[in-house]
Design a protein around this ligand. Structure first.
Ligand SMILES: Nc1ncnc2c1ncn2[C@@H]1O[C@H](COP(=O)(O)OP(=O)(O)OP(=O)(O)O)[C@@H](O)[C@H]1O
Length: 268
């Protein structure tokens, strides 16, 4: 079980402050949090910072230990980060790449245990058919699944997943989110998932954190954190939150808030 607490977090690249005043204590064990917001708002920077890959001001605590004081190995056992970019298309076969990912974090484990863990992950993700295929002969979606396998084989308490479904068709998107849900339940862990698909987040996340320009616009259970006002403020679109026949909340977007085209995606 792991707790994550964030207080007065500020993330900057040089003089360019991306996020400030981020205080969040909502990441309870056993929950999935969707990290949402428009392009360039700082979702990846936020996850990279939580993964210990970027400097920050303020406080990020895992179980009351400050992130910047955690050793590399200690953090790697607790926290796994899946970047937005797909794993490289090397000539390594998928099975070996997942074994290597596990051994990088758990060099203490004997090879046969790592192999058993790796096989269990291929079964869990339903990708056994990819096990002996070289990474450089895989499609983008297949590589994304192997990237996820490299993360979950480590059984992390905290999963930081940056758009893990961006290259996947509907069936695999749902499969991945189901696997994340099962892992979070089993480990009583935490998952933070950056997503552009708001409805995927509404359906599969226990809560969302919506970033707007430079800070958190709203957070909470999806049907409260997402509203027509938030859609307008974050994305500059006119939208509605509806409830389907099965009781799930979802967003319908009717158009841009005005006739203007969206602002260009620029460095702030
Ligand atoms: N290494 C870097 N150096 C300088 N600026 C950066 C760097 N990485 C990101 N940025 C800037 O930080 C801001 C946030 O980028 P980030 O990738 O975190 O946004 P995002 O919300 O994940 O975007 P997207 O939805 O498009 O993936 C952008 O303005 C981006 O140009």
């Amino acid at each position: 079980m792991t707790y994550l607490q964030i207080e007065d977090l500020e993330i900057a690249y040089g003089k360019n402050t991306i996020l400030r005043d981020v205080t969040l204590s909502c990441f309870k064990p056993g929950t999935i949090t969707g990290i949402l917001g428009p392009n360039g708002v700082g979702k990846s920077s936020f996850l990279r910072t939580l993964a210990g890959l970027a400097p920050y001001r303020g406080s990020i605590q895992y179980d009351e230990t400050e992130n910047r004081t955690l050793g590399h190995g200690e953090r790697a056992r607790k926290v796994s980060y899946l970047p937005q970019t797909l794993p490289q298309g090397t000539n390594l076969v998928a099975y070996e790449s997942v074994i290597s990912a596990c051994r990088a974090v758990r060099p203490d484990l004997p090879r046969h245990i790592v192999e058993t863990m790796t096989e269990a992950v291929f079964d869990r993700l339903n990708i056994r058919h990819l096990a002996f295929q070289p990474m450089n002969s895989m499609s983008g979606g297949q590589r994304q699944m192997i990237g996820l396998a490299q993360i979950i084989v480590r059984k992390p308490d905290v999963m930081l997943l940056d758009e893990p479904t961006s290259a996947l068709d509907l069936r695999w998107q749902l499969g991945v989110l189901d696997v994340v849900r099962n892992l979070v339940d089993e480990q009583n862990g935490i998952a933070l998932i950056a997503l552009h698909d708001i409805n995927l987040a509404m359906r599969h996340c226990d809560q969302i954190v919506l970033f707007g320009e430079n800070s958190v616009l709203s957070h909470g259970v999806p049907e409260h954190a997402m509203s027509p006002d938030m859609l307008s403020r974050a994305y500059h679109v006119k939208g509605r939150i509806e409830t389907c026949s099965q009781g799930t909340h979802f967003v319908i977007v009717d158009g841009l808030t005005n006739k203007a085209t969206p602002e260009p995606i620029t460095n702030r």
